[in-house]
Design a protein around this ligand. Structure first.
Ligand code: HEC
Length: 182
């Protein structure tokens, strides 16, 4: 009797392990087939959705003292329209030296003929990248997909800890860390 019980338990354990293994493999296959989104891309897609739900163009304020289509400097658009969420707006108004966590800056980059070229966004996320001010960077195409760049034969997504964005913005001299607009 004891043997029968042990055998039953043994078989149960084996079958659970087997089911787990098959399930795990299938799960992995599904993931690969869908093309797993990397973490920064997931963050970018969440951010894009938030921007649309917030209806930022109608509910957020523009950079203090700036109106739509102000003249930009390279490498961004010829004409720029920049929106701030209230966290970022209040800190900029108070001339703080660093923007608080959860600040979001959305800059629409337009061609000289006011055609939208790209939307560059910075969001400060606690713990995301302490080495570079914890900013999350993304350059969206007008359809909301992060744009990409070719470097050393590899396709780099312009979302996350993007070295190009960080490199240039680190040199900001306007008095707010990582912020270029003065
Ligand atoms: C070569 C330098 C350079 C690079 C690279 C660069 N920027 Fe900028 N960025 C600027 C300048 C200059 C401004 C100010 C724009 C203006 O007023 O003309 C700016 C402004 C911004 C702003 C508005 C907030 C601020 O800092 O003033 C955002 C958002 C932004 N950039 C995002 C990005 C993102 C995302 C990337 C990478 C995909 C990037 N930038 C790469 C120079 C750069």
């Amino acid at each position: 009797m004891k043997n029968v019980i042990s055998l039953t338990i043994f078989l149960m354990v084996i079958s659970i392990l087997y089911v787990g293994l098959v399930y795990g493999q299938n799960g992995k296959k599904v993931h690969e087939a869908k093309g797993e989104l990397t973490k920064p891309e997931k963050m970018a897609s969440k951010l894009w959705n938030k921007m649309q739900t917030d209806d930022y163009q109608n509910t957020w304020k523009m950079w203090p003292g700036r109106t739509a289509f102000y003249k930009g400097t390279p490498p961004h658009g010829a004409l720029l329209t920049t929106y701030l969420n209230s966290k970022a707006y209040n800190a900029i108004e108070k001339k703080e030296k660093e923007l608080p966590y959860r600040s979001i800056i959305i800059k629409e980059n337009y061609m000289p003929d006011k055609k939208l070229g790209a939307i560059t966004v910075m969001k400060r996320v606690k713990g995301f990248n302490p080495d570079a001010g914890d900013w999350f960077w993304v350059k969206f195409a007008p359809d909301g997909k992060p744009m990409t760049m070719e470097k050393d034969g590899m396709t780099m997504s312009l979302a996350g800890k993007v070295p190009g964005c960080i490199g240039c913005h680190t040199a900001s001299t306007g008095g707010i860390k990582y912020i270029m607009t003065q």
